[in-house]
Design a protein around this ligand. Structure first.
Ligand code: NZQ
Ligand code: ZN
Length: 410
């Protein structure tokens, strides 16, 4: 480990950078008409039989799926299809895809859609690569994958960042567990991104996406375990850019430039670039939200917005220097007060931003009202899912998680 010390703000802040490996192998093909490249890109991997995975129909209505099918036909690539993936994607659909993949000798997974579709394709790819094992074991963290089939995507929504990430999140509908499995093996081979196709998104989905994009960087920003000046600068610039363009899209959903900014930000926010030098980030807001997704099937980004203010106020005192920096450099707080006052002003400013783009700031606004028993259940499950990684801004235990859910009620 190497480290250095510098003076910052009015107080001394020690900046220690951890060693890191940055692995972002996904080829990004960005812009107008790029979907027509799909066949040519797949051909480079010598794929003989492709499974196209898609969701509830938006990519049919927008014409994106048809364009992709033509591109594969033009490249003379055989393919079959699996539609019907739902948000908070289900394990049953993964098993269905594995069955189809086995029967059609599939050797390449192409997701056409958003995070739920890409994650389903990744999970099928794990399942097909090790067909004798149950893929859920990866999400239950009882084993690690040793192989994964190649996956790529044609993206239709800027949000989860799965198009370049090592993450994969699946819900076991029988147990209500929503679980993540992270592994570089599933990093997509390429991602095709034409921002024009995100214009058909409902405003709520666009803004949930913006919230999720920001949160992927904020999870890496609020740490007590290592930071770098360059990483902070990238993170703060990304956050300011997404906020600005989220507001533009809330007022004018057709703004092409804003669509492009958000789409690229979504990939950069979660390909690990905004975490280089830190300790892996906090990620407890995500873990708390995943339980809301598993139990109440809420939209991921909106769920994050509903939990973050409560999490932020709960952990702020133990990561004050980062909250002060965030307030000043991201939220533009100019208040001349104590560190605690400045940090609180930053959190309030973020709540104002969420409200301004139609996002909730608590569970009541999200439209869910968990009972005490449900909160205890979620807290329990959250700690199991977190394992040894229970936060960096502040390490949380079960009681902390209960308090954060309770404080998030309204
Ligand atoms: O199913 P269709 O009809 O396609 O509709 C979808 C869906 O209802 C719709 N949509 C997508 N593109 C559209 C569109 N509607 C109109 N026009 C378009 N162009 O949007 C809805 C949401 O889709 P989904 O794929 O669920 O969105 P998102 O990309 O936000 O993915 C969310 C999932 O990703 C997981 C989340 O937990 C959640 O399950 N995450 C995955 C991560 C990863 N793999 O690295 C990290 C994230 O933190 C996140 O946890
Ligand atoms: Zn997320």
């Amino acid at each position: 480990m190497f480290w250095n010390c510098r003076l910052r703000h009015k107080k001394e802040e020690m900046i220690m950078a951890n060693n890191f490996e940055f692995y972002a192998p996904t080829k990004v093909i960005f812009g107008k008409g790029t979907e027509s490249e799909t066949g040519r890109q797949i051909k480079e991997f010598g794929a003989a039989s492709v499974l196209i995975v898609y969701g509830g129909g938006s990519v049919k209505r927008s014409g994106l799926l048809e364009k992709v099918e033509h591109a594969l036909d033009d490249a003379r690539i055989m393919f079959c299809e699996l539609g019907g993936v739902v948000p908070n994607p289900r394990l049953d659909k993964v098993y269905e895809g594995i069955r189809i993949g086995k029967s059609k000798n599939v050797d390449f997974l192409l997701a056409v859609g958003g995070g739920s579709v890409i994650d389903t394709a990744k999970a099928i790819a794990y399942g097909l690569a090790e067909p004798e094992k149950d893929v859920w074991e990866l999400f239950a963290h009882t084993r690690m994958a040793t192989k994964c089939m190649p996956v790529a995507s044609v993206l239709s929504i800027a949000a989860a960042g799965s198009e370049t990430s090592k993450g994969c999140v699946i819900t076991n509908e029988k147990t209500g567990e929503k679980r993540a499995y992270d592994d570089n093996l599933a990093r997509p081979k390429f991602a095709i991104m034409n921002p024009e196709y995100t214009k058909s998104l409902p405003d709520y989905q666009t803004e949930s996406g913006c919230t999720d994009i920001m949160m992927h960087t904020m999870e890496r920003y609020f740490t007590n375990g290592g930071n770098m000046e360059i990483t902070d600068a990238i993170a703060e610039g990304l956050l300011r850019t997404v906020m600005k363009n989220a507001v533009i899209l809330h007022q004018n959903p057709g703004d092409q430039d804003a669509r492009g900014e958000i789409m690229w930000a979504g990939s950069v926010a979660h390909n690990d670039l905004t975490g280089c030098g830190n300790d892996g980030g906090d990620f407890m807001t995500h873990k708390l939200e995943h339980e809301l997704g598993g139990m109440f099937d809420v939209t991921h980004g909106a769920g994050l917005a509903a939990v973050w203010p409560s999490w932020a106020r709960y952990v702020c005192g133990e990561c004050l220097h980062r909250f002060v920096r965030f307030a000043r450099n991201v939220m533009g707080v100019t208040l001349d007060g104590t560190d605690e006052e400045v940090a609180e002003a930053g959190i309030c400013a973020m709540e104002d931003f969420y409200r301004g783009i139609g996002m909730p700031t608590n569970l009541d606004e999200l439209g869910i009202h968990p009972t005490d028993a449900q909160i205890e259940d979620m807290a329990e499950r959250c700690m199991i899912a977190a394992g040894a990684r229970t936060g960096s801004a502040k390490k949380l235990n079960r009681e902390d998680a209960i308090r954060i859910y309770q404080n998030a009620r309204e």
